[in-house]
Design a protein around this ligand. Sequence first.
Ligand SMILES: O=C(O)CCC(=O)C(=O)O
Length: 383
Amino acid sequence: MADLLEQTRAALHDELALFDAVAGGAEDGDLAGAVLPLIRQDQERAVLVAALRLYAAACLVESCQLVRAGRPWPEAVHAIDRGLIRAGVALRARMRQLADQMLAALAPAAPPQRAQVLLASADAGAPPARPVPVLRDPDAVSLTEYLAAPPAGADARGLAPVHLTAVAAHWPALARWNSVAYLLGQTHAGERLVPVEIGRSYVAAQWSQDLVPMRVLLDRIAAGETVYLAQHNLFHQVPALHADVLMPDCVYTDLPGKPDETAVVSNCWLGAAGTVSPLHYDEHDNVLVQVVGCKLVRLYAPGPAGLYGDGTAVAGNTCGVDVDAGSGSTAAAAAYRARHAGFRWHDGYVECVLRPGDGLFIPAGWWHYVRALTASFSVNYWF
Ligand SMILES: O=C(O)CCC(=O)C(=O)O
């Protein structure tokens, strides 16, 4: 371990010098905590990139210091996890290497076993009245052929959502990720730190974010708390989970306006029943794949948020209308619908329920609202 710590320190010479200049010393105190306020999305890109790199370096140095001080190994790995979660690509390879080597050297081999499952049984409810068209077990060729004749309700690119049933039926993850013991085992007894959102949705009044060990997230899901590991590339932290999935080759579909080479960005979504991604759109085409549990997805064709009544965007790409608040037969829901009378509550959308092994093709720009009907684990691919 001593060699590794020295190598890390030598490799970070430039960052440490910068840290000395900015924050007055790399030896003492909470290095990463001191650097964190420097990461601000509103600053010039070059400054943000430098701040992210500095933060990653501070996390690495802090981690080494914790090992040297003889602190329990999860503390040292948590310091690296904070860097992996917050610093994007900055020093990612070095952080992954140090985390792997530390875990191999310090963490106990056999994690405690728990027989529990993420989800005991699933009731996906009634099929939606306005279903997304279904294509069974598609590949890039069949999806390209299907989309060649623009489907009903297609957007300006000639695209519309497609429910890709059984697209991931062969993934090892389908047989593994429902096991809490398996998830704990792949994350060093659940000690790896992960980001969680606490509250029904990121536009709800009572909503916050935290970093917690995976075991805490799994306990909270089991306790029925509305917690969500959302839009996080867990695969960068835990490559063993990446080995359980196979990127659907639909991401190679020949779509209008697409360059030949596009980068694919993948994220994990693990949470309790009732978590919601509010109505929003993304700039990339997407395949959302369900591994554990069921999700309801409602989609509206691209258009300005104003098209849907006074649902002004609250976060650039997020509609201000709360689909949940206006759904159902209560007086409160009816009053909410009346307040947002221009919103298309009763038409203009399609819906589907994703079950384990299913995927959903969501073309760029399509508004989508997603609600977990059960505890749920999904993976998405933006391409
Ligand atoms: O599953 C979710 O909660 C949201 C997924 C999503 O918004 C996406 O894949 O773009």
